[in-house]
Design a protein around this ligand. Structure first.
Ligand code: 4AD
Ligand code: MG
Length: 445
């Protein structure tokens, strides 16, 4: 029996007869010689159809192959440095070809297409090599992050997607009809993580989260995946150490395993290589001072306008980009103004106008990739904050109750998967980081 292999495995079968199964990426050639670029999901390989080595009807079929036709081919694996493909370096000299389905005119061709057209055809666009590279890196990022947590004593504890109350703010909730009661899609798993951390010590959840944000930016999705570790007996300083270890491990794993994909994406990896702990840490106050100084120094009136910021306001993306550009590595900004952040954040002792929060800003304009904090562990203070934020206290009964039974200082953070993928892959827009993006104006396909 001829072994059926994948394109990725071709190097192990030099000189042998094997079968490949996949789709025609493109076909060129004329007369007695045709080159079929075959794609099978693991890579792309050149298959050579030579008239005298194939039965006549099969050679005719090879000549007529259209883009994305499904085929099974058999032949000899030959080493050839010049053979194009991913990974390339091997080609298949065909002795047989079977057409499973001859594809109709394929809408996505090597010519340039507009973004909206490609997004409408996302179910097909996924077959293109750029998308292939991005989504393979995405899978590795997930594996690397989960692997790091799993081997450092964190337990995966899943949190619900349907929730009775807001986890962050009330302005970005997707509302559901839950058997005639109001429910929401989870904005975060955090509140449940806090209960789980008291049960298991160090936990994390990883799942889709939902924000009905009216933002139409290159960093916002309505549905995105968040990795959220939560730890009992943890301080802000502990959090930053975990985050930099986790992020650095993830980047190093991608650099080690995905050179070909990063090259295909034309990612300049110089800045990524530098993301090794420790990452710089600056306070919000210092960030505001640095931004003010930058505004003073710039002659560009547009930049001056964009960098405006009153103490107390959260950063917009121009601020994040400017702060991140002051450092080679990703940078932590801690102690944000309490009024700019969520209700559950622990105030700084003696200075309650700021809180024990920290965001990690990625370089190269990618902005906030993680947000985290110490959580309020005192019941009275939590009740006060829930009232100040005008949240319905009865919905948070269980969450408040956690503060009565062995309440301890604890904290955690959320890492946005898609922003991390965009950063590591060097993408202009978040829409390519997830197979089927959900955006303000798009939920199809
Ligand atoms: O800063 P956020 O809102 O934090 C939380 O939800 C916390 N409860 C997490 C925690 O402490 N367990 O979101 C965390 C991260 C952001 O830093 C960003 O990377 C990503 O989630 N994020 C988004 N990514 C894509 N589209 C959106 N609309 C996003 N909103 C947040
Ligand atoms: Mg945030």
């Amino acid at each position: 029996m001829t072994p059926i292999i994948t394109i990725q495995q071709m190097g192990q079968y030099e000189g042998q007869t094997v079968s490949l199964r996949g789709w025609v990426y493109n076909r060129t050639g004329k007369g007695r010689l045709h080159f079929i670029k075959l794609r099978d999901g693991t890579g792309i390989a050149q298959c050579v159809a030579f008239k005298k080595e194939l039965p006549e009807d099969q050679f005719e079929a090879a000549k007529a192959l259209t883009q994305e036709s499904a085929i099974i081919v058999t032949g000899t694996v030959r080493k050839d440095e010049r053979a194009p493909g991913i990974p390339g370096g091997y080609e298949l000299g065909l002795s047989s070809l079977q057409v499973i389905q001859q594809a109709e005119d394929y809408p996505i061709t090597p010519k340039e297409h507009g973004t909206e057209f490609l997004m409408d055809n996302r179910h097909l666009w996924l077959r293109s090599s750029r998308q292939w590279a991005i989504l393979r890196i995405r899978a590795t990022i997930i594996r690397a992050m989960r692997g790091w947590l799993d081997s450092n004593g964190y337990l995966l504890v899943d949190t619900p997607i349907i929730t009775p109350s807001a986890g962050e703010d009330t302005t970005s909730l997707f509302e559901l009809d839950y058997h005639d009661e109001v429910a929401y899609l989870a904005q975060t798993g955090q509140l449940y993580n806090e209960a789980n951390a008291a049960a298991f010590g160090k936990v994390y959840c990883f799942g889709p989260t939902f924000r009905a944000e009216k933002s139409k930016t290159r960093r916002h999705l309505m549905e995105f995946w968040m990795l959220e570790p939560e730890m009992a007996f943890f301080s802000l300083e502990d959090l930053m150490e975990v985050e930099e270890q986790l992020v650095a491990h993830t980047i190093q794993t991608v650099l080690a395993e995905h050179r070909a994909e990063l090259e295909l994406l034309e990612r300049d990896t110089a800045r990524l290589e530098k993301a090794i702990p420790p990452f710089p840490r600056i306070s919000y106050d210092e960030a505001v001072e640095r931004l003010a100084k930058l505004r003073e120094e710039t002659d560009d009136p547009e930049q001056k306008e964009l960098l405006k910021l009153e103490w107390g306001e959260d950063f917009g993306s121009p601020h994040e980009t400017a702060i991140a550009e002051m450092f080679e590595k990703p940078v932590f900004v801690y102690h944000f103004p309490s009024e700019a952040k969520a209700f559950y954040m622990q105030p700084v002792e003696g200075r309650p106008e700021v809180c024990r929060s920290v965001d990690l800003l990625a370089p190269e304009g990618y902005g906030e990739v993680t947000g985290g904090s110490e959580r309020i562990h005192d019941e009275a203070l939590l009740l006060q904050k829930i009232a100040e934020h005008k949240l319905p206290v009865e919905n948070y009964k269980w969450y408040i109750e956690l503060r009565r039974f062995g309440s301890v200082p604890h904290g955690g953070f959320g890492l946005g998967l898609e922003r991390t993928v965009a950063w590591i892959c060097g993408l202009q827009h978040i829409r390519e980081t997830i197979p089927y993006p959900r955006m303000l104006n798009r939920k199809y396909p």
